[in-house]
Design a protein. Structure first.
Lengths: 231, 322
């Protein structure tokens, strides 16, 4: 058994750790792994070229860019922000769980770019969350603020990750399908996407429970603080 | 008949347009990058057809093109996405158009889904409208066209404005556009060079391969571990599938491919929540939110990731060997 091609994996790790351009790292890893497997340079080039063009389906998302660009110029993001901002009367848990649900549903219909750390968490979710925490615990220190922001970012990530694989045209599903096609197993993207649903539901419940526990922890601290100042 | 190749040609045209616009604006490296990529897309079918007929030269040239892309990528500065209009204009437009703005955005998934569900039953004068291969993706490409025309109606702007806006977004994303595709190609190269086989051999020496449970556990944990190491479930997937998933779970133990693929990938996503290697998701938000601990987001995710992993593994164990 030739174990040398495994060094290609090491190239990825070292290259990413040293912060080289990821495109360069990935291609270098492919080349080193193939050379270590004993491929000649012409065979290596052919393998690289064929693997690349047979994965072209993964770039199909660029066709959504003209639509998104046009809608964003017409104010799509501003409208979404105003719309979400108008939903008043939110507790911390309701805010985060509502956002989680919305994020998952949007990802499930392929709209992963509508929300995100830059688009929604920093301008909307984090400030709204901080306001909600202050309602519970007026003595908010820097560590608490950091924790709230981290929970908000985590909620955003989890909503996105465990929603997007339910959409048929997303990278993950297409990669699975492409792998099977290359190995002689024909599957429709829909049949793959469907099996992401149980985990999507589980992820929603787990993150919601954790957010709720986080809120309860803050409420207990507030109650303790009140008891202390009263006693 | 509508085939997926048309979608690739559409992408190629868009990439070449992006390249030419950059050329016109004298962004030489950007122009070269998009032109090479567009050419690879446009000629892909020819490359594959020639390869199948035993001529490897086009594939070799394509391989050289991929290396050229890798050398060009570090030259692309990620110039920030310059908005074409002011925030005030966008706000006014948002107030004027309201929920209408959601319609074209929602048309993309809707049309895609309709084609995926009913495309096979659509005939015009006895000819199938959609080719069966990759029908969903053909549907997605069609949906993007439909949505673009709808967006141009809603925004009262010509279609070519959309293409120009799309090009600006594409330039803002830059080389990162290429990563999913390259990671998939890397997985294929890893498989062909025997990385999967080496892992299978290692697994074979340590794993009781007769036990379906042990194989499934090794597959799921391997997905998590490789994702943590490489920062991306997309690279881990082909390696673990070639090493354990395909030979042991599907062929030997008869696992259901769709369930194994889907849930195996999701195990990898749990790994993404745990690793600083996935900088885009874990380190960038921490910086963006000005957290003092750069690993704060990961810390907030660990509990959820482990629970989701446990539940997904349990579901997979219950469902995959039906």
């Amino acid at each position: 058994m030739n174990y040398w091609p495994l060094l290609g994996v090491a190239v990825i790790v070292v290259g990413f750790l040293l912060r080289f351009n990821p495109v360069l790292v990935v291609v270098t890893a492919a080349i080193s792994s193939a050379l270590l497997a004993g491929l000649t340079v012409p065979a290596l080039l052919a393998l690289l070229g064929k693997s690349f063009v047979s994965s072209r389906m993964l770039l199909i998302f660029v066709l959504t860019l003209p639509v998104n660009g046009l809608l964003e110029r017409a104010g799509l993001r501003e409208h979404a922000q105003r719309w979400i901002g108008r939903l008043h009367g939110l507790t911390l848990a309701r805010l985060l769980i509502g956002y989680l649900l919305l994020r998952q549903l949007l990802a499930m219909v392929g709209l992963t770019g509508v929300a995100g750390p830059a688009q929604t968490v920093r301008p909307l979710l984090a400030p709204m969350g901080e306001a909600a925490v202050e309602n519970i615990l007026p003595t908010l220190d820097d560590a608490d603020r950091d924790e709230l922001r981290a929970v908000a970012a985590a909620t955003d990530n989890i909503g996105r990750f465990f929603g997007e694989d339910v959409f048929v045209a997303v990278g993950g599903v297409l990669l699975i399908q492409a792998f099977y096609v290359q190995h002689g197993i024909e599957l429709t993207p829909l049949s793959i996407a469907l099996w992401a649903l149980p985990t999507a539901i589980a992820a929603f419940i787990i993150q919601s429970v954790r957010v709720w526990l986080y809120q309860r922890r803050l409420q207990r601290r507030a109650a303790d603080a009140r008891a202390e100042s009263a006693g | 008949m509508l085939r997926i190749e048309y979608a690739y040609w559409l992408i190629a045209a868009f990439l070449l347009y992006t390249g030419l616009r950059n050329l016109g604006e004298r962004h030489g490296w950007h122009a070269a990058f998009w032109l090479v990529l567009g050419t690879l897309f446009g000629s892909g079918d020819y490359v594959l057809a020639q390869q199948a007929a035993g001529h490897v030269l086009p594939a070799q040239i394509a391989g050289a093109g991929v290396i050229a892309l890798a050398l060009l990528a570090p030259r692309l500065r990620r110039h920030a996405h310059v908005e074409g209009n002011s925030a005030e204009q966008r706000l006014q437009s948002a107030i004027r158009l309201g929920h209408k703005l959601f319609v074209p955005a929602l048309l993309i998934p809707l049309v895609t889904l309709l084609v995926a569900l009913f495309g096979a039953h659509l005939f015009i004068a006895g000819h199938a409208v959609f080719a069966t291969a990759q029908m969903t993706l053909t549907g997605l490409a069609l949906a993007c066209l439909v949505a673009l025309f709808a967006a141009s109606q809603v925004a009262q702007a010509p279609v070519h404005d959309g293409v120009a806006e799309g090009r600006r977004l594409l330039d803002a994303i830059g080389w990162a556009t290429l990563l999913p595709l390259l990671l998939a190609a890397l997985g294929e190269v890893f498989t062909q060079s025997g990385v999967g086989a080496a892992i299978a051999a290692l697994a074979g020496t340590f794993l009781p391969t007769g036990s379906a449970f042990a194989c499934l556990l090794a597959f799921a944990l391997g997905m998590v571990l490789f994702t943590v190491i490489m920062g991306n479930a997309f690279t881990a997937f082909p390696v673990m599938m070639a090493g354990i998933g395909l030979p042991l779970l599907i062929h030997q133990h008869g696992a259901h491919p769709a369930i194994l693929g889907s849930m195996g990938m999701l195990c990898g996503y749990c790994g993404t929540l745990l690793t600083p290697m996935a900088a885009d998701f874990n380190l960038v938000p921490a910086a963006l939110l000005e957290l003092r601990n750069p690993y704060g987001v990961i810390r907030a995710q660990v509990g959820s990731a482990l629970w989701i992993l446990a539940i997904t593994f349990m579901l997979m164990w219950l469902l995959v060997f039906r």
